[in-house]
Design a protein around this ligand. Structure first.
Ligand SMILES: O=C(O)CCC(=O)C(=O)O
Ligand SMILES: [Fe+2]
Length: 527
């Protein structure tokens, strides 16, 4: 896996500001060029296009003769030079030099960005008008109102990705904006027939042949020569002639009920904040201070917030310094940037670079901050770090998310999972450090427990994946919600099963013996 995501976009931005500067100069130069040529034309006209004056008489005037000679000699030389200088070519060279080959984004990147918008609309139930009007999020960062062409491109890319219901919604917005532009005499950068063409395509894919036919006929009335319009009409007529009127009516009815925008799964609803922050039973008791009797923690005990009991889930607060987080990020960037260079000997680069999330495991040798972190995690979880995996760093890109999953390998259906090595065993616990606050979205959710954990920079989610008898706890199913706005950086430490008996005794009972009435024994509540 490669590491790019938001960081990569930041890098693109710097170069792009220079590119825009170059283009501005270019437009200015091109305007001056055109102004001179226009003046060249006007000079001639003002000299000779005098009504009721004979051209012969005009050139008999010495000044006019001079002006005509000037027009044909020195002025022409200047115009000739301007016409021969192709500012466009110069501009292209400058821009491509500034961007460098690694900053060329392609179709895949476009698809990635479009897919992210679809996922965010779906997860957070955001309609396209809100997106198109710059009201996608309620954060301080806004987006501009989208143009007809923007909406059209979103629609056609969604159609190409097979999200036909979303495509239709976006193409309809595009159509509305097109008609507005037309009424207001605004320049049109896409034709109505093109918008309708993708609309008929997606409409057909949703099964509504009669409507696809109607849209195609509309295209034909605008432009009878539009590519494939005649063939499509013939095809749809053919398909319809083979359908019973009841079947046609049924699809029309089904299609007229626009699909629900919001994902109705538990995962999506928790991402939208429809869950709880901790179990009901823990409403009045939240935190205790933990030292594990360890002198190293006496001066600064760890603030354990109890989120859930069986499976045991905690939020640990203020576990690292911001300066440590910055060092971890820097170490990850250094390690991961190598993966995103152009593939040698080709002009290809990693596809879809702004998509989803990227991650990497960092060895202790990567940077002194890594062993420092590992030791700190051992101290505050009281678990043995000799049997833990390397620290994993992840950065989520636009719409980046992680579908519901277990961190453990062993299930009751697969007790000999190949990833459980004999020496270390399964992943007994997960320590998930949030290295950023997230503006909107990006929560960690537990669908079976109705829980939503919001990322807080410097806090860590910490939970046990295994029952005391060693079996994976299915209630630990969890997911990372799509990032709606902002950046999400996390570190994961997966701690293995072996040698953890001292602090996490195993036994025949699946659940924790240290708990009493939903609270850890002997821990005074603090607020
Ligand atoms: O991003 C999150 O909040 C969850 C990540 C996760 O579950 C994982 O990386 O295994
Ligand atoms: Fe996970």
């Amino acid at each position: 896996e490669v590491f790019t995501a938001m960081d990569d976009i930041q890098a693109l931005l710097g170069d792009e500001r220079k590119v825009v500067g170059v283009l501005k100069d270019l437009v200015k130069a091109e305007k001056q060029k055109m102004e001179f040529i226009e003046k060249y034309i006007d000079d001639f006209s003002s000299l000779f296009d005098q009504p009721e004056v004979n051209s012969d008489k005009v050139v008999a005037h010495p000044v006019n003769a001079f002006l005509l000679v000037k027009h044909l000699s020195s002025d022409w030389q200047r115009v000739r030079h301007l016409l021969m200088t192709n500012l466009g070519v110069i501009g292209v060279e400058q821009v491509e030099h500034l961007r460098g080959s690694s900053n060329l984004l392609g179709e895949e990147d476009m698809k990635g960005a479009v897919e992210a918008i679809v996922r965010l609309q779906h997860t957070y139930s955001i309609d396209e008008e809100s997106v198109a009007n710059g009201r996608m999020t309620r954060t301080s960062v806004t987006s501009p109102k989208l143009t007809t062409l923007d909406c059209y491109l979103l629609g056609l890319n969604q159609a190409q990705l097979g999200f036909h219901d979303y495509a239709i919604r976006w193409l309809e917005v595009s159509l509305k904006r097109f008609e507005e532009d037309e009424r207001n005499n605004q320049p049109l950068f896409v034709s109505k027939a093109n918008i309708l063409d993708w609309l008929q395509h997606s409409t057909y894919h949703r099964g509504n042949v009669s409507h696809a036919l109607a849209v195609s006929e509309q295209i034909k009335s605008i432009d009878p020569d539009f590519a494939n319009v005649q063939a499509n009409i013939g095809f749809y007529q053919q398909v319809l002639s083979e359908m019973t009127p009841e079947a046609v009516a049924a699809v029309e009815k089904a299609d007229s009920l626009r699909p629900k925008l919001a994902g109705d799964g538990k995962y999506e609803s928790l991402c939208r904040g429809e869950g709880v922050l901790r179990t009901e039973a823990l409403k009045n008791q939240r935190c205790y201070l933990e030292t594990y009797g360890n002198p190293a923690l006496l001066l600064q005990p760890v603030k354990y917030e109890v989120i859930h009991v069986n499976p045991d889930i905690f939020m640990l607060h203020d576990v690292v310094f911001d300066s440590q987080i910055e060092r971890i990020k820097a170490a990850a960037r250094k390690d991961l940037r190598r993966a995103m260079v152009v593939i040698p000997g080709t002009d290809q680069h990693e596809a879809a670079r702004i998509r989803i999330s990227k991650s990497a495991f960092l060895k202790e040798s990567a940077d002194p901050v890594i062993p420092e972190m590992n030791a700190r995690i051992g101290l505050i979880t009281n678990l043995n770090m000799e049997v833990a995996e390397d620290l994993q760093i992840a950065n989520y890109g636009i719409g980046g998310h992680y579908d519901p999953h277990y961190d453990h390998f062993r299930t009751k259906f697969d007790i000999n999972h190949h990833q459980i090595d004999a020496k270390w065993g399964d992943r007994i616990a997960t320590f998930l450090l949030y290295m950023t606050d997230v503006d909107a979205g990006g929560a960690t959710v537990f669908p079976r427990l109705n829980l939503t954990l919001y990322p807080v920079k410097g806090s860590a989610a910490f939970w046990f994946n295994l029952h005391r008898d060693g079996l994976g706890d299915e209630n630990t199913l969890h997911a990372g919600c799509p990032v709606l706005s902002g950046t999400k950086w996390i570190s994961n430490k997966w701690i293995r099963e072996k040698w953890q008996d001292r602090t996490r005794p195993c036994g025949p009972q699946p659940d924790s013996p240290e708990w009493e009435n939903g609270w850890p024994k002997d821990k005074p509540v603090i607020e």
